[in-house]
Design a protein. Sequence first.
Length: 109
Amino acid sequence: MRLLGAAVLVMESMVMGFALLLAMNHHSSLVVGLGGALAFALFMTAGLMKRKIGWYLGSLLQLGMIGYGLAVTAMYFMGLLFGFLWICAYVIGTKGEAARAAFLANPQP
């Protein structure tokens, strides 16, 4: 669960970097600065995935990613796509951890 969530966040930070290149020519330095802060926060949150605060902060940053669509219209789609991947990472990771715990509790010879 932790690895999938961290991978989604790191990929999102890279996409935000590309969105910054698009926003740089048409928007103010405030919008570009907010996008840079969002990209940095996404990257740093990947390191917090061991704790629950990482999942909460990552979920909040998903909304920021969608909200950046006000500056770069394509980010609406990318934000929704990564939001879906974020939910999938949580669901699949939870099932994987449950299966691993069950296997470790009752290993087959």
